[in-house]
Design a protein around this ligand. Sequence first.
Ligand code: IDP
Length: 148
Amino acid sequence: MEKTFLMVKPDGVQRNLIGEIVSRFESKGFTLVGGKLMQISQELAEQHYGEHKERPFFGELVEFITSGPVFAMVWEGENVISTARLMMGATNPKESAPGTIRGDFAVTVGKNIIHGSDSPESAVREINLFFKEEELVSYDKSMVSWIN
Ligand code: IDP
């Protein structure tokens, strides 16, 4: 089953949105297989956002993501990578549709509440960066047969 890495960013944690965000993915029918509240180190932040190293906002991005705890998660489900991206909304909240997480809760691109892997390759890379294998669980929920 497909897995993705999702993370409530420091602004989402400070704004008490962990529960709201977890609830949206649970209600949709996805399965939480790993989760932890953690403080991201400078090194992990630079690795995670490595593809943006040359961008002018890289310093700001690393500073923000290390500015307070984040809630890191792994979710499982059919097409969870692309569906989670749709549920998050466009990167810039100016363009995120109402009904999406960013559309409902965020205003600026720098504080856009949530991160989610954008492809199967980044999902694998990000899950491995944030979670050890033993931190993930594998289990069946009886209701999944009512979803898929
Ligand atoms: P994504 O988070 O939707 O995948 P990316 O393009 O990978 O978007 O950018 C990573 C993060 O960098 C965004 O979520 C956003 O918080 C931040 N970011 C993107 N563009 C800008 C910008 O122009 N200024 C400040 N932060 C930005």
